[in-house]
Design a protein around this ligand. Structure first.
Ligand code: F0G
Length: 458
């Protein structure tokens, strides 16, 4: 008999979590105005709100914390991390920032101006926010297959080269400061971009003289999918695949809270010295002096180790297996999810799950609340609340897909926890036809409203 799969780590330190009763959760979610971001973490049993900053560091990372150099200028931890960024991604110019959106803020302060357009693959909400804040426009060029949850396209993060070319053709070079490629594409379901597509994007960008930036939050997971799904890469190492991917980029922004396996931190890196000189000024203003930016020396050390761990050994195999362990249970139970399964999360297709709820009543949010009430599991809505209102018409933007995202923190939960999540959703699926109404907004912010929105039952 084949031996079963088991995690390639053992647990050295534990953090207790508590199960609550449904009655308690009914009270807490009401007090939280039906916004899961307003819950206290101790009101949550299994927290799948995000895989960002929620991972467990290794003993090597904790060890590296102790040797962090907290010098204001010229910290050895900075140089250590800078060397690692060069080794893995190949960029000469590096600025540490406090998280991904800070990298976007600094880079876009240099590159993005009012009236411009930024094509990409389903830009993440902070990316879009930083573009729209500058009165520029994010244009989504993701392939149509990404929006068919049952279609089995292996690279649903891909950019449609025809859509991209249309944007490049119908604007002047000055109107397009950059193309952004999000690896993996979070908003379409943690879906990867193929190497072939990356090369095609580069070729189109070169034709029109436009820079290409990789949003690199989950770059290693993307490389794993290339290794496992794309012809010709099965025998290449993750390091080799990452090096090849980044040959085609002019720069990167990165939230290190995902594939850096640290709790806070970010990277901005590039080839162009002129951009770097301009970015340094904004970095000093918004983040901190250029050899620490938004990070402590110890955190830069832990990140350098995290980047090593994520690109070496069996880490990725373990990581993605756990996400798929949950996803496959849901698929086997007939629950509609984005297929094929992505890298960091399982995306439940809320519109198919709860067909009786009208789109005006926030379908994915309704399912997220149901799951919290059922099992104390916190997921997150990736749907109409997240999509915000159109900045011009002020009307709700209804995305093609309404997802409940169950994001799995790295090395944090066991497969027993995944079983609880799966059973909770199956219980709701069984009684789905009894869920007839959703929610309405009581109060919302003008941008990124999902974090603070207040809702009430319809
Ligand atoms: N880009 C992508 C693709 C992301 O997923 C995120 C964050 C960011 C940029 C911004 O990074 O949070 O460090 O400022 N995603 C988190 C999530 C919040 O839950 O998916 P940040």
């Amino acid at each position: 008999m084949d031996l079963p799969f088991a995690e390639n780590y053992k647990i050295k330190m534990v953090e207790p979590i508590y199960q609550s009763t449904r009655k308690q959760r009914e009270k807490w979610i009401d007090e939280a105005h039906y916004n899961l971001f307003n819950l206290r973490s101790d009101q949550v049993f299994i927290d799948l709100l995000t895989d960002s900053g929620t991972g467990a560091m290794s003993d090597r990372q904790w060890g590296a914390l102790m040797t962090g150099d907290e010098s204001y200028a010229g910290s050895s931890s900075f140089h250590h991390l800078k060397d690692k960024v060069k080794e893995i991604f190949g960029f000469d110019y590096f600025l540490p920032v406090h998280q991904g959106r800070a990298a976007e803020n600094v880079l876009f302060s240099v590159l993005v101006k009012e009236g411009q357009v930024v094509p990409g693959n389903s830009h993440f909400d902070t990316t879009k926010g930083h573009i729209e804040f500058r009165k520029a426009k994010a244009i989504d060029c993701t392939i149509d297959e990404a929006f068919d949850t049952n279609g089995g396209h292996p690279f649903k993060g891909n950019i449609d080269i025809e859509k991209l070319t249309n944007v490049l053709e119908s604007h002047t070079k000055e109107q397009i400061p950059l193309i952004i490629v999000t690896l993996t594409c979070n908003s379409s379901g943690g879906q990867p971009v193929s190497m072939k597509n990356i090369k095609q994007i580069r070729a189109a960008a070169d034709q029109y003289g436009i820079p290409v930036i990789f949003d690199s939050a989950r770059f290693a997971e993307n490389a794993w999918f290339i290794q496992n799904r794309e012809e010709g890469y099965a025998n290449k190492s993750i390091r080799e695949i990452v090096a090849e991917m980044y040959q085609y980029a002019d720069g990167m922004t990165m939230s290190s809270k995902k594939d850096g396996i640290v709790n806070i931190g970010g990277i901005l890196a590039m080839r162009n010295e002129n951009w770097y000189k301009q970015a340094m000024v904004f970095n000093i203003m918004y983040e901190g002096f250029n050899t620490y930016g938004g990070m402590a020396g110890r955190d830069m050390n832990a990140l350098a180790v995290g980047l090593d761990e994520v690109t070496n050994g069996d880490y990725l195999e373990n990581r993605i297996r756990q996400v798929h362990y949950l996803g496959n249970q849901l698929i086997d139970a007939g629950i509609p999810v984005q297929k094929p399964l992505g890298g960091h999360a399982v995306f439940v297709d809320a519109k198919s799950f709860l067909p009786r709820i009208p789109k005006e009543e926030y379908v994915a949010q309704t399912l997220a609340i149901e799951l919290y009430l059922e099992a104390g599991v916190r997921g997150v809505e990736v749907g109409t609340l997240l999509a915000d209102r159109d900045p011009e018409t002020k009307q709700n933007r209804y995305p093609k897909l309404e997802f409940l995202r169950l994001a799995i923190p790295r090395r944090t939960y066991t497969n027993n926890h995944m079983d609880v999540v799966a059973t909770g959703l199956m219980n709701i699926f069984e009684r789905r036809n009894s869920i007839q109404s959703g929610f309405q907004i009581v109060e919302e912010a003008p941008i990124m409203r999902h974090f603070t929105v207040k809702l009430k039952q319809k």
